[in-house]
Design a protein around this ligand. Structure first.
Ligand code: HEM
Length: 457
């Protein structure tokens, strides 16, 4: 049904509260208010956010398809990430739009294509085994912490190609401190008004840390450029060093630095949250965990987990997809309109921000009957509809690391669940809370590890 707003005849309806009140409500409890306004105003609604103008939230696959398939001149995503420019650099794929974006993305794509994933499997498996034996026993600990250590190490080994424990530990320490010191909303403030905090305050802790991280990346790049080619190297940086622009130029040092930092920032925390939520859902639903165990026994048994098994772990893959549906760790994505965009019932004009609300789409009763229930079977025999299942966004901006993240989650979980006897530390449901722009598990999913079986391979 078409319901016109009384504020602007071209926009879907929305709350009539003053902009600052809408902003405050939304920021206080985003999920609660999004769901409430969705119920109240229907599948497309408009919020007027202080400083951000009109924001139209959409949730129907038909509308989402229109956004994902619109020409790149009409839908921009890089602009809203521009506050990350001082941190990620001018060549970061996340802050670029149109042809600049296409060109940079093409340079990064080859190491993230599906068939490349097998090259990363061994490191993923071994890092997980090594982590598991260090986990505390018989007392609660937050799963998210150990998952974050695993995914950060995997980025450093599989993407950066680091090999020695000393180098990995030094980089992890500086990088984690840098992320912690830059991502609080207060510290983001200067970037919001276009100021580069790192240049303006060279003495600040964050600026010093960034200098250290940058220096470590530049020295890694210099070392790798000087190194004779080693065919056994399968890391992402090896491929990026061979990547060339259309005119044959290799990527510059700054482009490589921006790419590496972007990949690690986009990739490690997201995957750790995805892993933690998947384990949490499986432990909370013993029926599904039993099916995962049965599949691991049947497909892997006493063998060393390898690519030939990973592709056959269909139930585990369906469980990960279902966990990403019920726990969409990136709840919203956004596009700025540079020209008119026709939705099913509205035509939006340039200047509006349109937001596919993943967290609303994933809970639509018409798409997912009993939407709150964790049912991996939904994804067992059919591929997800890209406009109804969108934990990785979509269109030309779809997560560049999607194949990597899905493969990584499968390998880490198959390795862990084959050996670890875990249980949730509390019977209270784990809530989703805001962490930066993501949704993370409150308390980091406290679990207890009762037993670790010896490696069977
Ligand atoms: C469970 C894990 C992950 C989730 C849920 C996730 C989700 C997302 C989402 C929602 C977007 C925005 C897409 C859009 O606007 O349409 C995105 C973008 C991106 N992701 Fe991921 N991501 C994950 C893991 C990773 C990993 C492991 C990497 C790298 C190795 C990565 C690299 C990127 C990059 C570079 C972009 C920007 C793409 C562009 O602007 O063209 N992500 N991701």
């Amino acid at each position: 049904m078409r319901r016109w707003s009384n504020l602007d005849s071209m926009l879907p309806p929305g709350p009539r509260l003053p902009g600052p009140v809408q902003t405050a409500l939304y920021l206080s409890q985003p999920l609660h208010y999004l769901r409430r306004w969705h119920q109240q105003y229907g599948e497309a609604f408009t919020l007027r956010m202080a400083g951000a103008g009109n924001m139209v939230f959409i949730s129907s696959p038909q509308d989402i398809k229109r956004v994902f398939t619109a020409p790149m001149e009409v839908v921009h995503a890089g602009e809203s990430n521009s506050l990350l420019r001082p941190f990620l650099g001018p060549h970061s794929v996340v802050i670029l739009d149109e042809w600049d974006h296409v060109r940079q993305r093409r340079l990064l794509l080859p190491p993230f294509q599906g068939e490349r994933m097998q090259a990363y499997a061994k490191v993923m498996r071994e890092v997980t085994h090594a982590s598991l034996v260090r986990w505390p026993r018989a007392r609660p600990f937050p799963l998210l912490d150990v998952m974050t250590e695993i995914t950060l190490e995997l980025m450093l080994r599989n993407v950066f190609g680091l090999e020695t424990p000393g180098e990995i530990a030094a980089f992890s320490r500086d990088f984690s401190s840098l992320v912690d010191s830059t991502t609080s909303p207060l510290r983001m403030l200067p970037s919001l008004i276009g100021m580069d905090l790192f240049t303006l305050m060279p003495w600040a802790r964050a600026s010093r840390l960034k200098k250290r991280v940058d220096a470590a990346i530049y020295s890694l790049v210099a070392r790798r450029r000087a190194e004779p080619r080693r065919p056994e190297r399968t890391d992402v940086l090896s491929m990026l060093l061979e990547s060339t622009h259309e005119d044959g130029r290799p990527m510059s040092d700054q482009e490589l630095r921006d790419a590496l930092l972007t990949l690690i920032v986009a990739g490690y925390e997201t995957s750790a949250i995805g892993l933690s939520f998947t384990v949490e859902r499986l432990l909370a639903e013993p029926r599904t965990l039993a099916r995962v165990h049965e599949e691991l026994e049947r497909v892997v048994g006493d063998d060393e987990l390898g690519p030939e098994h990973i592709e056959r772990l269909e139930y585990l893959e369906a469980a990960i997809k279902e966990a990403l549906r019920v726990r969409p760790l990136v709840p919203l994505i956004s596009r700025q309109l540079k020209g008119p965009l026709e939705l099913t019932h509205y035509t939006l004009s340039a200047g509006v921000t349109v937001l596919p609300a993943i967290v609303l789409t994933h809970f639509r009763e018409d798409l997912y009957p009993e939407p709150e229930r964790f049912k991996p079977e939904r994804f067992l025999e059919q591929k997800p509809d890209p406009y109804a299942w969108l934990p990785f966004g979509g269109g030309a901006r779809r997560c560049l690391g999607m194949a990597f993240a899905m493969y990584e989650m499968k390998v880490v979980l198959a390795t862990l669940l084959g050996r670890a006897k875990l249980r949730l530390a509390s019977s209270e449901p784990v809530r989703m809370i805001n962490r930066h722009i993501m949704l993370a598990p409150a308390g980091g999913v406290p679990v207890v590890l009762d037993e670790v079986r010896a490696r069977r391979d």
